[in-house]
Design a protein around this ligand. Structure first.
Ligand SMILES: Cc1ncc(COP(=O)(O)O)c(C=O)c1O
Length: 390
């Protein structure tokens, strides 16, 4: 074999069958081959297991899918290139022209855009309500056949809590699927509820380090397997190296989520005690209007603390800029603390009534609490509040 040929066919190194890599290898390859054309054809006919092309499946991605399905307490999972990719591929795969979606004002902005603008272009209609309006949800489901109810809990950014048991009961009675963006609560929560499809942004708590993007769609076997061909064709597949980094991040998921949630509680208490603060939104605080529901549904209340400053937009901006340890950046769930100033909040697509419903005000600030020492974080928050004045 000449050297230009050899570099394309390097020596193979096989592990002996009784010798194992402690950390699973990354299958950083697009293509897989079988020994024969016959085996290739059998694979393509679905008559034998294996892998063929990474856009549709890859062992590193599969390992992540199996782990995430187990963490969320379901049978199947598909991973995607981002959280938004998971949402858009799911909604495109599950709906067709003429279908109706029930969705909520208290939803991550790109999800609202997707439902209103993109799916709207293809003749999918929607009714947008407040997640707190259970009677309205019942009316909307009674008024017309509905394909699915799409919701979050806690909601982004003001951490309202959806009554998941009531929502799933109403949706099931109406023959609608429930699709829940469970990113804020994490994989270890809400699995006991009868939600049909869980969606996660893996960019957040799963990776934890804030250096890789990904998404996941998790649910019962028949439903999720039925989406696989559409997902492969829509093409927003996760890369094997990203899957490897997310698998690595997941090793510390539980300790991170718990430690960051405990710090978030301390920050929420600090904010609640300060005269410059009008209102703190944190489901773990007894003053949260849905604290009892949060306690019933959740084990950890999460790492997002949102609050309203009495001084409005200007105070929010000053607070965010005065923080030293919090990066002025979007995203959440990573080990470093982040702040979203009111000037960075979305919601311009909402009508004035919907904006009121969303509970986002001119002075709303969202903090994502990281893994820094809690005393340092509290000191930083206190000095930034002092800079705002009362
Ligand atoms: C609730 C929620 N869902 C989905 C996403 C989208 O995730 P990604 O950035 O991985 O596309 C985000 C991102 O902030 C989010 O907050």
């Amino acid at each position: 074999m000449k050297k230009p040929t050899r570099v394309n066919h390097p020596p193979t190194v096989d592990l002996p069958p009784d010798n194992y890599s402690v950390v699973a290898p990354i299958y950083q390859t697009v293509k897989f081959e079988f020994d024969s054309l016959e085996d290739t054809e059998r694979y393509l006919r679905g008559e034998r297991p294996g892998f063929f092309y990474t856009r549709t499946s890859n062992p590193t991605m599969r390992q992540l899918e199996l782990l995430l399905a187990e963490l969320q307490g379901r049978e199947e999972c598909l991973v995607t290139a981002s959280g938004v990719g998971a949402i858009s591929q799911t909604l495109f795969a599950l709906t067709k022209q003429g279908d109706h979606i029930v969705c909520f004002v208290e939803t991550y902005n790109p999800s609202r855009y997707l439902i209103r603008r993109l799916l709207g272009r293809f003749g999918v209609t929607h009714t947008m309500l407040s997640i707190e309006d259970t009677a309205g949800i019942e009316r909307a489901l009674a008024a017309r056949p509905t394909r699915l109810v799409f919701f979050e809990s806690p909601t982004n950014p003001v951490t309202k809590i959806a009554d998941i048991a009531a929502l799933t009961r109403l949706a099931q009675a109406a023959g609608a699927l429930t699709v829940m963006d469970n990113t804020f609560a994490g994989f270890h929560q809400h699995g006991e509820y009868d939600v049909d499809v869980f969606i996660h942004s893996l960019t957040k708590y799963a990776s934890g380090a804030g250096d890789v993007m990904g998404g996941a769609v998790i649910g019962r076997g028949d439903l999720i397997r039925g989406l696989r061909t559409d997902f492969g064709t829509l093409g927003g597949t996760l890369d094997p190296h990203a899957a490897f980094l997310i698998l690595r991040g997941l090793k510390t998921y539980f300790v991170r989520y718990q430690a960051q949630s405990a710090s978030a509680m301390r920050i929420a208490e600090t904010l609640a005690a300060h005269p410059a603060v009008a209102r703190v939104h944190y489901p773990g605080l007894p003053t949260h209007p849905q604290h009892a529901l949060a306690r019933a549904q959740m084990r950890d209340f999460g790492t997002i603390v949102t609050f309203d400053l009495k001084g409005g937009l200007e105070a929010g901006g000053r607070f965010a800029e005065s923080l030293q340890l919090f990066a002025l950046a979007a995203s959440l769930g990573s080990t470093e603390s982040l702040v979203v100033a009111p000037q960075m909040m979305g919601g311009r697509d909402l009508t004035p009534d919907q904006q009121k419903m969303s509970a986002v005000t001119e002075g709303t600030v969202r903090l994502s609490i990281g893994l820094e020492d809690i005393d340092d974080l509290i000191e930083d928050v206190q000095q930034a509040l002092a800079a705002v004045g009362t």
